[in-house]
Design a protein. Sequence first.
Length: 277
Amino acid sequence: MNENNLYDLAGRIAVVTGGYGVLGSSMALFLSQQGARVAILGRDAGRGEAQAAEIARATGGETLFLEADVLDKAALERACERLMAEWGEPDILINAAGGNQAGATIAPDQTIFDLDAEAMRRVVDLNFMGTVLPTLVFGQAMARRGDGRKGSIINISSMAAQGVITRVVGYSASKAAIDNFTRWMAVEMVRKFGEGVRVNAIAPGFFLTEQNRTLLTHPDGSLTERSRDILAATPYGRFGEPEELNGTLGWLASDASAFVTGVVVPVDGGFSIFSGA
């Protein structure tokens, strides 16, 4: 632990799944700005290679693209082997891959009985198993090293896991599962492997991303009624900006949170604590 700068991330090896999405790319850039070596993991080689190159140009840091589907354990294992061959074992894993599908969302003129069960299964797989499998693969690499380095796994939850947000049933259920898995894995890691790997999560409030844009904005960019309701329930009265997650990310990734594990931190402009009155 660097007692002079508890937030120091220089030289740490970070893996960011979904690192070319709106939130994941911001997190990957931030980690590189802090001196970490950043590997972006995803299945779209074109986007991933471009994002890694863009971050390297912007920060002068080391970046790498690892091609793997977060639902393919064998591909994740190959990606981890490549990472360790080139850089060594990971210090940080950010599980930022995720998304939603129309069939797992209840339209205004539908009820729960119109739910597309297969679409819901795909959303639960992507968000939940897409967090579990990278954690198993990269978390094992962190846990089994014997050099005394500490690891940090950071999952991405959602306000949809904290209470009932209408329509997004598949997404909500999968993010609630991530919360439970975060707490369970935190206990498992410290009981079986000591203090070497911490597991926490960030629960973002409402940010405009690729998967929610059609729910929150009209084609002309104006806000939907759903957006206006959300902002009325958010004391800040606005959507978050991706970089506003990075302070919490840096804290959880660094030695500044060395005695913190199993927590889900809301970064939500006050949404989770506001009664509306």
